[in-house]
Write a protein that binds this ligand. Structure first.
Ligand code: C2E
Ligand code: CA
Ligand code: CA
Ligand code: CA
Length: 276
């Protein structure tokens, strides 16, 4: 490595320049997109596995561009890094809650909307004020709102996180732990979190590929959630085998391509109307 000397260093520096130039460009594009209202939220239905009813949906951000639809994995991490997630997250909250009021009116019963929060949003002072503002602006019932946080967001600073979570619960909104089982939250803590819902990570759902699959992890997570009085949601349900198993195992809600892909608001409303 030493022998590469200056050459190696220069190469690395150029690489850095390319990536930081790309970052700067992408950030500028995002800022513009937000100003021009170019982002959109898609909604993926969540189905009650016992009754078959569609009871809500998760809001998932999309960025339509000339080069096609850009998925959140490509810009949410950068938005987190740069702080853009704050104005963007505000837009997401206001839009998701207003869209849910519209969708609920269109289909004739109240839907519950799950909105993803990022670490930076969760740790920023004033989050519950922001959520309260979005609730007031949209006119939604607080109980229709669920905020999804991850184990790592909670475990980073546990005591502060519990205060933040309690502040949100005091507004009357629901809290879900997303991607459950992939982080490192301990069961001892879980009991102390004011959380309503466990969302089983799709990796565990994917393990249910055949009728002979090992189901011990998924069974344990469902048992844990139910035992703690939580609602259990499975995400990434792609097949009938998975759907049937989860329903039989007592998982409350399912979400995934087997039920529906995420849809634009109008398509989502039409889909719920025709599927119920
Ligand atoms: P997530 O919250 O775990 O969202 C679930 C992801 O799984 C979504 O990807 C969804 O489209 C995808 N998915 C749904 N059903 C299936 C299925 O049956 N099979 C498979 N393989 N995948 C399925 P998406 O929309 O690309 O979002 C990726 C991640 O980006 C999300 O993961 C979330 O962490 C983040 N994200 C999305 N929207 C937002 C947002 O509005 N705010 C924030 N902070 N993060 C967001
Ligand atoms: Ca999520
Ligand atoms: Ca998830
Ligand atoms: Ca995930």
């Amino acid at each position: 490595v030493k022998e590469e000397g200056k050459g190696g260093y220069r190469f690395f520096a150029e690489d850095l320049n390319i990536s930081s130039a790309h970052r700067v460009r992408l950030e500028a594009k995002m800022r513009k997109a937000l100003q021009h209202d170019s982002f959109v939220l898609y909604y993926q239905p969540k189905q009650d596995l016992k009754k078959g009813k569609i009871c809500g949906m998760e809001a998932l951000i999309r960025w339509p561009t000339d080069e096609g639809m850009v998925l959140p994995g490509e810009f949410i991490p950068l938005a987190e890094d740069t702080g853009m997630i704050n104005p963007l997250g505000r837009w997401i909250l206001f839009t998701a809650l207003s869209d849910t009021v519209k969708a609920s009116q269109a289909i004739g019963y109240p839907l519950q909307v799950a909105v993803n929060l990022s670490m930076r949003q969760f740790q920023r002072p004033g989050l519950s004020e922001l959520v309260a503002e979005a609730i007031a602006f949209s006119g939604i019932e607080p109980s229709q709102v669920e905020l999804e946080i991850t184990e790592s967001m909670v475990m980073d600073k546990v005591d502060e996180a519990i205060v933040t979570m309690q502040g949100l619960r005091d507004l009357g909104v629901q809290l879900a732990i997303d991607d459950f089982g992939t982080g490192y939250s301990s069961m001892a803590y879980l009991r102390n979190f004011p959380v309503n819902t466990l969302k089983i990570d799709q990796n565990f759902v994917q393990d249910l590929s055949t009728q002979e699959s090992n189901t011990s992890i998924i069974d344990a997570v469902i048992g844990l959630g139910c035992g703690l009085g939580m609602q259990v949601v499975a995400e990434g349900v792609e097949t009938k085998i998975q759907w049937d198993y989860l329903a039989k195992a007592g998982c409350h809600l399912g979400q995934g391509y087997y039920i529906s892909h995420p849809l634009a608001l109008d398509a989502f409303i039409e889909w719920v109307k025709t599927s119920d």
